[in-house]
Design a protein. Structure first.
Length: 136
C-alpha cells in the first residue's frame, strides 16, 4: 500500500495506519460536532439577544405611549380647568350684569319717587294756592 508517497508498508504498518486513520476520523468527527455545537450556541445567543432587544423596544414603546397618554390626560385636565375658569368668569359677568340691572331699577324707582314727591308738592302748592286765593 502506498500512503502519502511512501513505499510499500507491511501488514503491521498497514494496521497502524488504519488505526491512525480511524482515530483521525473520530477526531475530525468530534471537531465537526464541536463546531456544530458552537455554531448552534452562537445562533441561540444571537436569538436571545434579538428577543431581549425586541422586548426592550416594546417596553420603551409602551412607556412612551403611557407618557403620551398621561400628557394627553394632563392637557385634558388643563382644558377642563380652563373651561371651568371661563364658566366662573361668565358667572361673574352675569352677577355684575344683575347687580347693574338692580342698581338701574333702584335708580329708576328713586327718580319716580322723587318725581312723585315733587309732583305731590307742586299739586299741593297749586291746591293750596287755589284754596287760599279762593277764600280771599
Amino acid at each position: 500500500m502506498i500512503v502519502l508517497g511512501m513505499e510499500d508498508l507491511d501488514d503491521d504498518d498497514d494496521e497502524r495506519m488504519k488505526l491512525i486513520i480511524y482515530f483521525m476520523d473520530i477526531f475530525i468527527t468530534i471537531m465537526i460536532i464541536n463546531i456544530t455545537i458552537i455554531i448552534i450556541i452562537i445562533i441561540i445567543i444571537i436569538i436571545i439577544i434579538i428577543i431581549i432587544i425586541i422586548i426592550i423596544i416594546i417596553i420603551i414603546i409602551i412607556i412612551i405611549i403611557i407618557v403620551l397618554l398621561l400628557l394627553l390626560l394632563l392637557l385634558l385636565l388643563l382644558l377642563l380647568l380652563l373651561l371651568l375658569l371661563l364658566l366662573l368668569l361668565l358667572l361673574l359677568l352675569l352677577l355684575i350684569i344683575i347687580i347693574i340691572i338692580i342698581i338701574i331699577i333702584i335708580i329708576i324707582i328713586m327718580v319716580v319717587v322723587v318725581i312723585s314727591i315733587i309732583a305731590a308738592v307742586v299739586v299741593d302748592a297749586v291746591v293750596h294756592a287755589v284754596v287760599v286765593k279762593g277764600k280771599s
